[in-house]
Ligand binder design. Structure first.
Ligand code: FUB
Length: 466
């Protein structure tokens, strides 16, 4: 928890420049454009994230990710993170409910995993180094909610053979499977308790018919590299995976059963985006299909400082997956955001300069706010008009102002709330101010202004109708 005396530091450079950088890095044919770029991809700008694993539950998408440490020169990863959204554009930060420390037997490497729901419980399968053997093992953590807290209920690896990247899939007949592997591809049949399995660890034959031929591949003749993502659509089973190394691209195979035989189907996402790894996650949500991946598009981004991103896509009529390119715009908004109910300050379409942390009142808050920082909330449905704005704030200094702007960080000013000192970064109070001119559906910008240094923290906000 941050206190008045906790040194505050900025993790990422001011991310306003990310609009331009993301556009330049992601556009397959980067052309100078006279119009401003509407960047909403990558999804998270407050930290580096990797290995996206989306889960749809009760009308929301929960996005489970890894966390690349700032300035990493290796896959230095200590924890996993959770985000959620009901519109694919505004994402709420739920912090880190799972870390290496959750597993008493684990040493390091919080790498690519996936979570699934069964009978009201959430099971998150992750690869970590087993301290006792020094080998990669698969752990499973269990929670009563999609945002945790997650606990290691078995107190040991679920399975261990030195390989990584578990994906979990529950078939329509109720049988659950766990697949994983690099350089091989394995599966087990999970029991109904989801924390044990029956039968042996089975190798999936890596044939070129099943997984494509790797150019010049001798020790690894197929394209399969790592990061499988297995799911079923209709009666067809899909395995979307990271192909070739390095740099990776995303490819897929299909099968008539969860255990094969697999047939290679080609490329889903070409090698793009300044990261030599990529990692797929595929879901359907509100009647559309979405493809999650990662790249190195944020400032300072690269192979070990990655960011998760998303694109909307449509399956071809024959069930094949179209070629999907990385973009800096991402998926269109699926719905609108209601500004008249409490919205977490850490619900963000794009952020410039701020970070998040655990809030003493529960959940997360936005912090490290400095003069000129801002948060974009996309598609706020103001209807016939807002009359006032209230925010929950705290400040160990003398505070600052929240400018409410529409359409851009320097867009139309519809209200200004003054925040004073509260005596601590977690000493919370409400501030309110009148609002005029906010109607219809608008991109809302909370622009923070004030003196030098850190100004205040924000936990949540809400408009009241005029
Ligand atoms: O994030 C660490 C590793 O990089 C993952 O386990 C792989 O899938 C690759 O993305």
């Amino acid at each position: 928890m941050t206190t008045a005396t906790t040194p505050r530091r900025r993790r990422l450079p001011a991310l306003a420049i990310a609009f331009a950088l993301a556009a330049a890095a992601l556009s397959p044919a980067a052309e100078p454009s006279p119009s401003p770029v509407q960047a909403d991809n990558p999804i998270v700008q407050t930290i580096y994230t990797a290995d996206p694993a989306p889960l749809v539950h009760n009308g929301r998408v929960y996005l489970y990710t890894g966390h690349d440490e700032d300035g990493s020169t290796w896959f230095t990863m200590k924890e996993w993170r959770v985000w959620s959204s009901d519109d694919m554009v505004n994402w709420t930060d739920h912090g880190s409910p799972l870390s290496i420390d959750t597993f008493s037997w684990a040493r390091q490497d919080a790498w690519a995993g996936q979570a699934v729901e069964r009978n009201g419980k959430f099971y998150w399968y992750v690869p970590v180094v087993n301290d006792a053997t020094g080998r990669m093992a698969i752990g499973v953590a269990v929670a009563d909610s999609p945002t945790g807290p997650f606990r290691d209920t078995i107190g040991r690896p679920l399975v261990e053979n030195g390989e990584i990247d578990p994906t979990v899939f529950i078939d329509t007949d109720g049988q659950a499977y766990l697949y994983w592997g690099n350089p091989n591809l394995w599966y087990v049949r999970l029991n109904a308790d989801m924390t044990s399995y029956s039968g042996g660890v089975t190798a999936i034959p890596l044939t070129t018919a099943g997984f494509g031929a790797r150019p010049g591949g001798t020790s690894r003749p197929t394209l399969y590299e790592e990061g499988p993502w297995v799911y079923k659509r209709g009666s067809l089973y899909y395995n979307v995976f990271a192909a070739q190394c390095c740099s990776e691209f995303i490819a897929y195979s299909t099968a008539p059963s969860p255990t094969g035989p697999w047939t290679y189907r080609g490329t889903v996402m070409p090698t793009q985006g300044s990261s030599f790894t990529n990692h797929a996650g595929v879901i359907d949500f509100k009647g559309s299909s979405y493809f999650f991946y990662h790249n190195g598009a944020l400032p300072g981004g690269g192979g070990f400082t990655r960011s998760v991103a998303v694109e909307k896509f449509t399956y071809n009529a024959d069930g094949t997956i179209p070629l999907i390119n990385m973009t800096s715009t991402g998926a269109p908004q699926a719905g609108t955001l209601n500004p008249y109910v409490r919205q977490e300050a850490e619900t963000i379409a794009w952020a410039s300069g701020v970070e998040t942390e655990r809030a003493s009142e529960g959940g997360m808050n936005v912090g490290w706010i400095e003069n000129g920082d801002w948060i974009k909330v996309k598609g706020a449905a103001f209807g016939s008009g807002a009359g006032s704005f209230t925010a929950r704030v705290a400040s160990a200094t003398s505070g600052g102002r929240i400018e409410l702007r529409l359409g851009g960080a320097n867009g139309t000013l519809v209200g200004t709330c003054t925040v004073g000192g509260t005596g601590g970064w977690q000493t919370w109070t409400n501030v309110s101010c009148p609002v005029s001119g906010a109607s219809g559906t608008q991109d809302l910008y909370l622009k923070f202004t004030g003196g030098s240094g850190y100004l205040f923290n924000a936990d949540w906000w809400r408009f009241t109708a005029a």
